[in-house]
Design a protein around this ligand. Structure first.
Ligand code: IPD
Length: 270
């Protein structure tokens, strides 16, 4: 129901704000790398873990029957049909270097979040603590940006011509895949206005929703990088697609207005 969707959206905003305060307010003076995950570049800090702990605890308190899937290992199963897919710090490398542009991403999802095409995000929030911007959406309710006490409705650009398109991307942490992604950039650059690699997929997707990027693509994303941004782009009249126009997956995510995605996909779908 609309009331339940509203409640999910509001809860996503609330916990994202709380986690944002934690990662900024309690950032240790000297923040080290607590561990590396898939590769040496794939880092996790102590604050990723603390932020996820806060998110999981708050969500479990508020909605005990829901599941929680998080980047840092949370994986509780759902009895309600709703699973929260959370990234406690998306853009951990930016956070580590105190480079603005990381985010807390929180999404309420339905379906099997482990199987591409079998799940979707129905409400979500992305908080960017560096700017204080909170992006949020729920299915059928529109996408919004809250900033400095003002709420603005979000719309993707209608840019269909790649030559005039500013495109965001990211590079996963797997060395082999990075090489392939770099090759795509080489081909793309002469055909587009310019490229941005900001360092947080969640922020990139919100930038598409806000019309700050015309398009975005990346391979190697996990559900937590993607979930909240997906509903936010969709509610900003954009689309988020994957391989051959199918559902977004770790193989490929392409976002923008439908015409932008149609133009960009063939160039990055390989
Ligand atoms: C990463 C960021 C980055 C993207 C990577 C993600 P993390 O998330 O979103 O922009 O290029 O693919 O893994 O690991 O910092 O949460």
């Amino acid at each position: 129901t609309i009331a339940e969707l509203e409640q999910l959206e509001q809860l996503a905003c609330e916990v994202a704000r709380a986690a944002g305060e934690l990662i900024v307010g309690e950032r240790p003076e000297r923040l080290g790398v607590a561990a590396t995950k898939s590769t040496a570049t794939d880092v996790v800090t102590v604050m990723d873990r603390r932020s996820e702990e806060l998110l999981r605890t708050r969500l479990e308190e508020a909605r005990p029957a829901d599941g929680v899937l998080g980047e840092e290992g949370s994986a509780t199963s759902s009895r309600s049909g709703i699973t929260w897919v959370v990234d406690p710090i998306d853009g951990t490398v930016n956070y580590l270097y105190e480079l603005p542009g990381y985010a807390v991403s929180v999404a309420a999802c339905t379906g099997d979040v482990h199987t591409p095409g079998q799940w979707e995000a129905i409400a979500g929030a992305v908080l960017n603590p560096s700017t204080g911007e909170l992006f949020h959406a729920r299915t059928g309710g529109g996408a919004f940006l809250e900033y400095a006490g003002r709420t603005t409705r979000l719309h993707v650009t209608k840019q269909a011509d790649l030559a005039f398109s500013l495109i965001g991307t990211g590079f996963g942490y797997d060395p082999g895949k990075r090489r392939r992604q770099a090759a795509i950039v080489l081909d793309l650059i002469p055909q587009i206005r310019d490229i941005r690699r900001a360092g947080s997929a969640a922020v990139d997707l919100c930038s598409v929703a806000a019309g700050r990027l015309d398009g975005y693509y990346e391979s190697g994303l996990n559900p937590w990088d993607l979930a909240a941004g997906w509903v936010i782009v969709t509610e900003a009249s954009g689309v988020v697609r994957g391989v051959a126009g199918g559902p977004p997956s770790s193989d490929l995510v392409v976002a923008g207005c439908p015409e932008q995605v149609a133009a960009l996909s063939p160039l990055v779908d390989r």
